[in-house]
Design a protein around this ligand. Structure first.
Ligand code: SF4
Length: 345
């Protein structure tokens, strides 16, 4: 079934991902870079997906747009359910390539912005042409209305002289302007859910702070759900309501962002936080998480983090993978230190 017209319960989130498992065919054999991932996103909320590169966060969200390459398989039992404002629900994993439902989902319902703005823009059309096409296609406006809307969007994202910029080509804008224009392009289709994949990493800190503030404002104004992908827990502290920390294809800790950042439970989350410079410890040496994230083809046995974990329990962590333990306050962690029957670290 591709789209269901079932009425939704009031409490149902706009997006529910359950047991998402993705494998790839490679020359070295099959690998599974995403294993059993689950999260919810509700209207007006921001979920931060955090982890080093190779943790599976981008692959997971590309699956939501069905943008995975042909070598990838979304495994049986994976579920990605998106509910439109009308109440129509989409079982994303079951949508056929090229189907009308998938086109609707990608264009009007879910938008995506990338680290590199040129990935979103065509270099041969003006910014305005690209926005106007998107607005006409997804929001049914005529050419005049769509142009006015494009100018309005460019104004909203803080682009000066929007009436002039709308007729410029992407390469004529500075990096920061292009990033803003890309956000305007993604928003021009009126998505209810926006996926932002490391959108500020390539920007200098001042522009980065401006773009983050802008995204927060727009999200509040428009009531969008937002999935913000980053390797930086410092950015999450500024923008996210909820956070899910990923390591080697699995969520190892999740919960309200403030709580997780204030008192991380998983050694990996703690390690990511210790690697962030803060004003009150400018003299202290930063402690990056030791070692590198292994390739999914060389997944360690037991808890996949055990070769890098200073708190690993000998005889247990390297042998057996922990299940997720639910904790008070909507938190959950996947670590033997917090498993039922063991005291917290
Ligand atoms: Fe470390 Fe063991 Fe917890 Fe894994 S399960 S994070 S190795 S203490």
């Amino acid at each position: 079934m591709t789209a269901l017209n079932a009425p939704i319960a009031a409490a149902e989130p706009m997006l529910r991902v359950e047991n998402l498992t993705i494998s790839f065919r490679t020359d070295e054999g099959p690998i599974t870079p995403v294993q059993g991932v689950g999260f919810d996103v509700s209207e007006g909320r921001t979920l931060g997906l955090v982890g080093e590169s190779g943790s599976g966060k981008s692959v997971s969200t590309k699956a939501l747009m069905r943008l995975l390459p042909g070598s990838a398989t979304i495994e049986r039992g994976s579920r990605m359910r998106y509910v439109a404002k009308s109440g129509e629900a989409f079982e994303i994993e079951a949508l056929r390539a090229g189907s009308r439902a998938l086109r609707r989902l990608r264009g009007g319902e879910i938008g995506m912005i990338f680290q590199e703005p040129m990935a979103s823009f065509s270099p041969v059309y003006t910014i305005g042409n690209q926005m106007i096409e998107s607005i006409r296609l997804h929001r049914g406006m005529n050419a005049r209305e769509a142009r006015d809307e494009a100018v309005e969007m460019l104004t909203k994202v803080g682009i000066s002289n929007p009436e002039g910029r709308v007729d410029q080509y992407p390469h004529e804008l500075s990096g920061g302007m292009r990033q803003r224009a890309m956000i305007a392009l993604a928003l021009s289709a009126g998505p209810r859910l926006l996926i932002a994949d490391e959108p500020t990493t390539a920007l200098d800190v001042t522009i980065q702070a401006q773009v983050l503030a802008l995204m927060g404002d727009l999200q509040r104004d428009l009531g969008m759900g937002l999935i913000f992908i980053t390797h930086d827990l410092g950015v999450i502290a500024q923008i996210a309501d909820d956070v899910a920390v990923m390591y080697l294809g699995a969520i190892v800790e999740r919960g309200p962002a403030r709580e997780v950042i204030r008192s991380p439970r998983h050694p990996y989350t703690r390690g990511l936080l210790d690697a962030i410079p803060t004003l009150d410890r400018l003299d202290a040496r930063l402690k990056p998480v030791p070692g590198d994230i292994p390739s999914p083809s060389q997944r360690p046995s037991g808890c996949a983090f055990h070769p890098r974990c200073a708190q690993a329990i000998k005889g247990l962590c390297e042998r057996k993978a922990p299940e997720e333990t639910q904790m008070p306050g909507g938190r959950a962690v996947r670590c033997w230190l917090h498993a039922e029957g063991r005291s917290a670290a």
